[in-house]
Write a protein that binds this ligand. Structure first.
Ligand SMILES: C[S@@+](CC[C@H](N)C(=O)[O-])C[C@H]1O[C@@H](n2cnc3c(N)ncnc32)[C@H](O)[C@@H]1O
Length: 281
């Protein structure tokens, strides 16, 4: 297996194993935390009644559901994912929307239904060969169709992820270094890299726009509850995996202290930095 094929397969295995259970268990919390991302993404996507839309890497279907409402009964939305357990949650949530369906497929390689618009909330950074994968996405779009997706900017700009990992590093070994462009949540941090992928895949007029947000990891949560939540998501969860409970508790106490400056009248909100990317087929 080539390097890119084995990186890709590792993602498929992850999203059908550990990654799936993690996301399925936290579906409601994740959707609440990512609400500001969803709002920015769907405003930019501006799906219209009657549109045919693909939601790539739709996971548990939050954005698919909202897109189904936007396109209405005359439209069509297909939530595509490689993760059978996450897609099962999406299918359940989409009951009652005849215009919406799910498709268990590798969006990087399999032929996809024809669409006017492709949307993705953090679902397109996990391809082993992103140029080939985006070419596959482009082939699904009708001429002039658009792709609009959200991806994270640099890790160090995303306080929600950095704060917990830095606290963890006070107590546990550093995670192995990886190539920043390897498949993963921060693979599209470099806007030049994203532009190259879109150009190589045959998209035109690419715009990679920064959006700064404040996200609540746990709406209404105390400092301690938010610290626990931050230890269960992002790179910090991998850094503390398998550590004894007293070490994890010490990390949680440090996160709590680091969170204090971010507590305001409307709860604990942390800076998040994303790109909203748009291009045409
Ligand atoms: C970070 S999660 C985001 C899920 C969802 N969009 C959300 O925001 O809640 C990434 C998603 O991309 C999916 N994914 C990764 N590689 C994929 C591929 N090659 N084809 C289809 N889906 C893929 C994963 O299974 C997972 O559901």
């Amino acid at each position: 297996m080539s390097d890119t094929a084995s990186l890709h397969q590792r993602q498929i295995d992850y999203w059908n194993g550990e990654g799936a259970s993690h996301w399925v268990e936290r579906q409601a919390q994740t959707d609440a935390m990512l609400q500001p991302v969803t709002a920015a993404l769907l405003t930019r996507a501006s799906a219209m009644p009657g549109n045919h839309v693909l939601d790539v890497g739709c996971g548990c279907g939050d954005t698919t559901l909202r897109l189904a409402e936007a396109v209405g009964p005359a439209g069509r939305v297909t939530g595509i994912d490689i993760s059978a357990p996450m897609l099962a949650v999406a299918a359940d949530r989409l009951r009652g929307f005849p215009q919406a369906g799910t498709l268990l497929a590798d969006a990087a390689a399999q032929p996809l239904p024809a669409a006017d618009l492709i949307v993705s909330r953090f679902g397109v950074m996990f391809f082993g060969d992103p140029k080939a994968a985006f070419a596959n996405l482009r082939r699904a779009l009708r001429p002039g169709g658009r792709i609009v997706f959200a991806c994270w900017r640099r890790f160090d700009e995303n306080v929600w992820a950095r704060l917990a990992l830095m606290a963890a590093y006070g107590h546990v070994p550093r995670l192995p270094r990886m190539d920043p462009r390897d498949p993963g949540p921060f693979a599209f941090a470099d806007p030049g890299h994203v532009g190259e992928i879109l150009d190589a895949a045959g998209f035109t007029g690419a715009a990679v726009d920064p959006v700064d947000l404040a996200i609540a990891p746990l709406a209404g949560g105390t400092l301690a509850e938010t610290a626990t939540q931050l230890l269960e998501i992002g790179p910090a969860s991998r850094a503390v995996a398998g550590q004894p409970p007293e070490t994890v508790a010490a990390v949680a106490r440090d996160i709590e202290k680091a969170l204090e400056p971010y507590q305001g009248v409307d709860g604990i909100k942390l800076p998040a930095a994303i790109w909203i990317v748009e291009a045409r087929a």
